[in-house]
Design a protein around this ligand. Structure first.
Ligand code: ZN
Length: 685
């Protein structure tokens, strides 16, 4: 057992040694230690003292969390049937432990005693906030409820989990069950790779023609490029009526949506709130459902003229260039694509040749070093794949702490078999002045992307979207690693309000559009030239294509979600709310058969209920934060201003969750966020 790498809790995870057979025995030990710590900490001999509670409970859950984090990470990036089996076998008992921990009445009483004690009243601000968050978590987890109410609360949680799961299964099944076999002629206009893939899919079933499905890699290119209008309509109709009454009853989500909304309202009532939206906002930056709907309506009002202009242009182009006089919902993506091609002819393929990976990384690291007074250096650690790299961030600039280790990160850049698609930042460990060992634990992060690996000895070529993704994830990583807070519950991204967590990530995306930096990020794979200005100008021109329409669409989803969860009784009038929101917001009303809400998994099966607005909310914050750099720009260095970089780092990245997101923002900007920068960046001012 002493040789089990998952039990080596000091130092970095031993990714090169962890085997599937280590998982269950290690978790047996760590879960048992965590259980024992929980039992001990709630006992009468343990005083309600911050350090004592942290030493007993935080250390045990950190060890468990780190080991489980390593297993989860391998399951995501180095999936094999064995590691997946070990992960799935242990997932239920991990979930069960944390759920129980979060609603333990005895533990809640202990924390409450601490909060009410003299010590609790005079904690340093970061600790006070960590304690406040912990207490809030208990209350929202039903820890204050008694008797029947307590039982019903637990029952509601289980019912919601089961119904959300069923909702998402219906959407998946409805997506999977649909197939349309098209002839080659019907697919005129569709890209060749999609034609080939759909032919193979039909062939695999022994069928003629091309198998079209509702999965994105098929649906999207067909709806965007197929010249055949009837085909587009067929797919659009199928896509927007998934899991609705238009299909088989066993996959119809109508009743589940009503039940979920009723259960959420009941949960809110038990907790003493007027609506589920009020519950959802307790731990968020937004203060009330009214504040959110006011924000959305204000943004809708400002975006509307631009959306109307976008729509008029589409209609005009469809009429004059494509001979279409009655633009329908299933024509919009197709006409949009044609208009975009006509107006900004350039190909992603051309752009890619300039964004060679080593230059992009060098440019990104240089930006981080300039803005945030750090140095990024190669470092070494055990890894799970030969292409994974490891780096360390050291303090630079002037001062006694120059050369001090700030944090470390793994960079796993390329797509490969057994790796989950997408890109993400994950924490390996957070900054923490540990109660059990001397010194400060420095933060470590995973940065995972899925770029196409370079061919032969050529470097990987990134699309501009890839570059934006990389910057986005580094924004999360910097938030995690540059923190100066030493309390684990509120250091880095821990304890940051959910609707503000995308501020540092979206903030970084802005730099990908700055000419001064783009020159440093590019080096043509064959000629070594940086991106030509003419190509850059085309990219900039295309950046805000149809931003008015897209903004209104996001607002439509957000307002629908917020009203649904803020208005008791909405479970009986879901379609009516959809219709009202569209009448209020949309510039083109979708056809009456459209049932997008039946597959709106974000709010019915994901964590976004009464939270979908967060996307736009955080975009306001990140755009306004970036505007501080624009305001201080100089002809020589553009927006790459180290003074503003330091202010941003200190107010937002270093403070992390130890202050409210609003306080952090105000510490940086000296005022509350304004919407102007977002509108300007998206060409709506
Ligand atoms: Zn993000």
């Amino acid at each position: 057992m002493s040789t089990n790498p998952l039990l080596q809790t000091a130092g970095l995870p031993l990714f090169d040694q962890i085997r599937p057979e280590h998982v269950t025995p290690a978790l047996d030990v760590l879960l048992q230690q965590a259980e024992a710590s929980l039992e001990k900490v709630v006992g009468p001999d343990v005083p309600a003292d911050y350090d004592t509670l942290s030493l007993l409970l935080d250390v045990a859950t950190e060890n468990l969390g780190r080991a489980w984090g390593a297993v989860g990470h391998l399951n995501s990036v180095a999936d094999t049937p064995e590691i997946r089996a070990a992960y799935n076998e242990n997932l239920p008992r991990i979930t069960e432990f944390y759920t129980r921990l979060g609603a333990d009445e005895r533990l809640y009483a202990k924390y409450k005693a601490l909060a009410e004690s003299e010590q609790g009243q005079s904690l340093p601000p970061a600790r006070a906030r960590a304690l406040k968050n912990a207490l809030r978590g208990f209350v929202l987890g039903g820890a204050e409820l008694q008797g029947q109410a307590r039982e019903r609360f637990a029952e509601i949680q289980e019912l919601q989990a089961a119904k959300s799961q069923a909702f998402s299964e219906h959407v998946m099944d409805a997506t999977d069950k649909f197939a349309h076999y098209a002839s080659l002629e019907e697919l005129a206009g569709v890209p060749q790779d999609v034609i080939d893939a759909t032919r193979s899919a039909a062939e695999a079933e022994g069928k003629e023609g091309h198998k079209l499905t509702l999965h994105m890699p098929c649906y999207l290119p067909v709806i965007q490029y197929a010249q055949n209008r009837t085909l587009r309509e067929t797919l659009y109709r199928a896509y927007t009526t998934r899991a609705s009454e238009a299909g088989p009853a066993e996959r119809d989500n109508t009743t589940l949506m009503q039940e979920l909304l009723a259960l959420r309202q009941e949960e809110a009532t038990l907790l003493g709130y007027p609506s589920f939206a009020d519950v959802s906002l307790v731990a968020k930056m937004a203060e009330s459902p009214q504040q959110v709907t006011d924000f959305l309506r204000d943004l809708a009002r400002r975006a509307r003229p631009y959306a109307e202009k976008d729509m008029a242009e589409l209609r005009e182009f469809a009429r004059t260039e494509l001979g279409m006089t009655d633009l329908q919902a299933w024509d919009m993506p197709y006409v949009g694509e044609k208009l975009k091609e006509a107006r900004y002819a350039f190909s992603d393929q051309d752009v890619k040749q300039y964004f060679t990976e080593p230059t992009v990384l060098q440019g990104l690291f240089g930006l981080i070093e300039t803005l945030f007074e750090v140095k990024i250096k190669p470092d070494s650690a055990p890894v799970w794949h030969e292409s994974v790299r490891f780096f360390r961030i050291e303090r630079a600039g002037v001062g006694a702490d120059v050369g001090e280790l700030v944090g470390q990160f793994y960079l796993d850049p390329y797509a490969r078999a057994g790796k989950r698609p997408g890109a993400w930042m994950d924490d390996v460990r957070g900054r923490w002045s540990r109660p059990d060992v001397a010194g400060t634990q420095t933060p470590v992060a995973h940065l995972v992307c899925n770029f196409a690996k370079g061919v032969g000895d050529k470097p990987a070529l990134l699309t501009h979207d890839d570059v934006i993704t990389l910057f986005h994830e580094f924004g999360h990583g910097l938030h995690h690693m540059l923190t100066k807070v030493e309390d684990i519950g509120v250091s880095g991204i821990s304890g940051v309000e959910w609707d503000a967590v995308e501020l540092p990530s979206q903030f970084m995306e802005n730099f990908c559009w700055e000419w001064a930096l783009v020159q440093k990020l590019t080096h043509h794979v064959d000629t070594g030239e940086s991106l030509p200005r003419a190509l850059y100008d085309k990219m900039i021109a295309a950046k805000n294509f149809q931003s008015g329409l897209m903004t209104l669409r996001q607002i439509e989803f957000s307002l629908f979600d917020m009203r649904l969860h803020a208005e008791p009784g909405s479970d009986q009038r879901i379609q009516a709310v959809v219709d009202e929101v569209r009448q209020e917001v949309a510039v083109n009303i979708p056809p009456s058969f459209n049932r997008f809400q039946h597959s709106f998994s974000h709010i019915f099966a994901g964590g976004y209920s009464a939270g979908y607005y967060s996307y736009k909310w955080a975009e306001v914050l990140s755009a306004d934060a970036f505007a501080a750099f624009e305001e201080a720009a100089t002809p020589e260095h553009g927006v790459l201003n180290p003074q503003v970089g330091r202010q941003y780092r200190e107010a937002i990245l270093e403070a992390g969750g130890a202050r409210s997101a609003m306080e952090n923002f105000k510490a940086f900007r000296g005022r509350e966020p304004r919407i102007d920068a977002l509108l300007r960046h998206q060409g709506m001012s």
